[in-house]
Every structure is written in structure tokens, then in C-alpha cells.
Design a protein. Sequence first.
Length: 280
Amino acid sequence: MKKAAVIGFPISHSWSPIIHNYWLQEYNLVGEYRKIEVKPADLKTFIFDKKNENEFTGFNITIPHKESAAKICDQLSENAKKLQAVNLVTFKNNIVHGYNTDGNGFLESLKEAFPEIDIPKLKIAIFGAGGAAKSIALSISEYKPKKVSVFNRNLDRAVELVKKLKISAEPLHVNELINVKRSYDLLINATPLGMAGVNNLDIFDFKNIKGLNFFADIVYNPEKTKNMYLAEKHNIKTMGGLGMLLYQAVPAFEIFYGKKPKVSVGLKRHIAEHILRVGK
């Protein structure tokens, strides 16, 4: 029986087992997927032990292990090398392979939500400079958009993101987002802003962000964020973070169990029901 798991510290928050076990059942596959809590000090030993035991096909990696796990891998995918972070580790021929599927997961979700979107023609604003923002900025930049700006409250972090990824993007302070001389077609919230349980009251000033046609939020709990509601009041098309969560899991499941799954309406409904059950 093929086994896989998601590892992190803490790990109780992870929804990966809900996604992967849904697919296992949907495709009638014999397999197991669970979550395992691994302390940072134990990560290297854990991965090496599991590689040698041949019990697991691989692991999804979540906070706080993404960067540490990248250093443990023998081989990294091209984007994982640039990001120096992985969310997927697999074992093959006694070699530890590391991948990062977050950015492409976002892009797949974006294309599904906005089929009319043409990324090379867009002026894009990315809000945030953390791990999610890095993954998204790197994947977006491969399409060579007309313009990319990375906004952050700490300007140094935005500067560092652009420098480390070596992408064509402009690092800016958040105050510049409503500069009348600037306009953007797509705004991406790549932070936990608006997430259930996160104590913040910040919202985007959509009225004063020029030219916006699309707003993409990576937050998936709640399924529809306050910022999405506000954007729609200004006739801006919106997308939540549920699609990114699901699409980033697709390549992992395919590697773990040998079947490429579909992000179906049934799966989305299943996760949406879970969001309602766990509440805010």
C-alpha cells in the first residue's frame, strides 16, 4: 500500500489529508495519507529515516519546514532551487527530490477562475513578500507580464524578494498601491490578510487602486473574504484561495499514487463544507 503524509509543526491545522483522502476514495485507490507532527530539530533525521525505510512515497511539507527541507534534498526542481523552499519531497532510487508546487497551483486556479485573462498583457500588483508571494511572483514572471510590482509594509523584504528571485519586478511600499500615477489590472493578496482567526482589520482601498479588473486572494478560510466582497462592490472580478490549495496538491497526489486527479466540483464542495464545519 502506497503511503504519504504532510509534515509540519504544528500540524493539526493542515487540510491536506482531507484533499488526498477524498481523491483516494474517488479513484478507488489503495493508499494512506495522514499528517505527522515533526519538530524542526528532528526534520533531517525524520526524512532520512523514512527514505531508508521505504515505507512512504513522499511527503508534503508545510510550515515551518519548507526552507529547511530544501536544504536536505539531494535534487531540487528549477523553481525550488530559485525559491530555496519546497512543499513536496519524494523518494526515488534512494534520492530525495524536492519540488515547489505553490506558484503553479495559483496559476492553474487563476486560469480556471478567469479564463479570459491574458497574463503577458497584464499589469500585476502582488501584496506581500513571504513564501506564498515568492512562489506566485516566480511563476507569474515566467509569463513575462507587462508589469509586476511587489508591495510590502517592510520595503526591504520586497527588495530582497525581487533580488533573490532575479525577476523583472518593482519592489514598493504598500502606500504606493494607491498612487494615482500607478494602475494595475490584477491585484493578488499573497498574505493571511482577511483569514479567519487572524486578528486584523486591514482592507484594501479598492476605490483608489486604479484600473483593477481582477482581485485574487490566496486566503481560503473564509471561502469568500471581506476583501473579495469589497472588490465586487467596485465591479472587480474576484477569486478566493481554495483553488490554489487544491491545484498545488495535484502533482503531489500524482507522484504519490500514480494517478493525476481532477479538481472537481465535488471536491470543492467537500472542502467548502469542511470550511463551514470548522467555522471561524
